[in-house]
Design a binder for this molecule. Structure first.
Ligand code: ACO
Length: 324
């Protein structure tokens, strides 16, 4: 028997303010039509003034705890994926821990931009398998609206704010790919591509938070090529053929990237969880948000095979295969 990390519950939170594409038409040379056609995005949520990444994460965490029928006292650790922390430190994870009234266990952040949630899941899974924790809240939380340059039409229309949370819990498995829980992961990064997608500020450079900069068409090309490849590698590690995948839960950056990845994996679009139209790209929050929305609609059945994949700044990219 081996220790497996099984999803016990999911939750999400989106800030109240919904920003339609029309908002950008008023201040930039862009159109709802262009944004929909090139990205699939119709609207996104923006955090209210004073509402921080940890505020979003706390709400998502509470929703996940309620979904799992657990209280904060039942949680051993919190791992948060974010690139838009409230402060340089302490971690968003400890702020969420405090917000949940949790004084035991441990909490920390990981940062791999849009791929952050896959890296956070990998970290949490490794800790569960090593026996360091039995239940871990894994959260993706972002306030990307705070680092957007609202004069740059090629980036500001793409991103939104939100948070998603997944509770991983230890369960004994046989060690086969019929076990429930995380079956395989594939993580990658290549710092040669750091200039394709970055924020032009930081603690040790400008002393400011900076703004997001992206060479969108180059990132697009890497995404289309690398996402299907990482998903196939993770499926190979799990010993599961692509045709056995029940759900693809992709990072929600651009519908064209998602469709191209599904096509390369020979998956019909009905098997793909899509939230990009309503959420935009919420970076590390996008996969847990999509997972929680689909779960709240009762779409996943026990035993289903899910693949989640993401790519973002670094470049950093990866995928996870899990049985629901
Ligand atoms: N409205 C109207 N026109 C626009 C807009 C806009 N909002 N944005 C750009 N354009 C123009 C450009 O200026 C360009 O005009 P030009 O030909 O006169 O120079 C034209 O549209 C085409 O620009 P491209 O960048 O080539 O357009 P493309 O089809 O590549 O779409 C997009 C751009 C949507 C950004 C796409 O490249 C993309 O989605 N890239 C990937 C982004 C991504 O997935 N990021 C994931 C990681 S995010 C993270 O890690 C934080």
């Amino acid at each position: 028997m081996i220790r497996r990390s099984v999803v016990r519950g999911t939750g999400h939170y989106l800030p109240e303010r919904i920003v339609e594409n029309a908002f950008f038409e008023q201040q930039l040379e862009t159109s709802d039509e262009w944004i929909r056609a090139r990205t699939g995005i119709e609207r996104r949520h923006f955090a209210a003034e004073g509402q921080t990444t940890s505020d979003l994460g706390i709400e998502a965490a509470k929703a996940a705890l309620a979904n799992a029928g657990l209280s904060a006292d039942d949680i051993d650790a919190i791992v948060v994926a974010t690139s838009t922390p409230d402060l340089t430190f302490p971690s968003v994870a400890t702020m969420i821990q405090g917000g949940l009234g949790m004084s035991r266990g441990f909490a920390f952040d990981v940062q791999a931009v849009c791929a952050g949630f896959v890296f956070a899941l990998s970290t949490a899974d490794a800790m569960i398998r090593a026996g360091q924790a039995d239940r871990i809240l894994v959260i993706g939380a972002e306030a990307f609206s705070r680092i957007l340059d609202f004069t740059d039409r090629s980036t500001c229309v793409l991103f939104g704010d939100g948070a998603g949370a997944v509770i991983l819990e230890v369960q004994e498995g046989e060690g086969t790919n019929q076990d429930r829980g995380i079956l395989a992961l594939d993580l990658n990064s290549d710092g040669r591509y750091r200039d394709l997608l970055y924020v032009d500020g930081g603690v040790a450079t400008t002393g400011t938070a900076g703004h997001l900069r992206m060479q969108g068409n180059l990132v697009f090309r890497h995404a289309v090529e690398k996402l299907a490849a990482t998903a196939h590698r993770a499926l190979d590690k799990a010993g599961i053929p692509a045709e056995s995948v029940d759900w693809l839960v992709p990072h929600q950056a651009n519908i064209r990237i998602i469709e191209a990845t599904a096509k390369r994996m020979e998956l019909p679009i009905e098997k793909v969880v899509l939230t990009v139209a309503n959420h935009g790209n919420t970076s590390a929050a996008s996969i847990p948000l999509a997972m929680s929305v689909a779960n709240s609609e009762g779409r996943f059945k026990t035993g289903d095979v899910l693949v989640a994949e993401a790519i973002g700044g670094g470049l950093a990219w990866g995928s996870v295969v899990l049985r629901w």
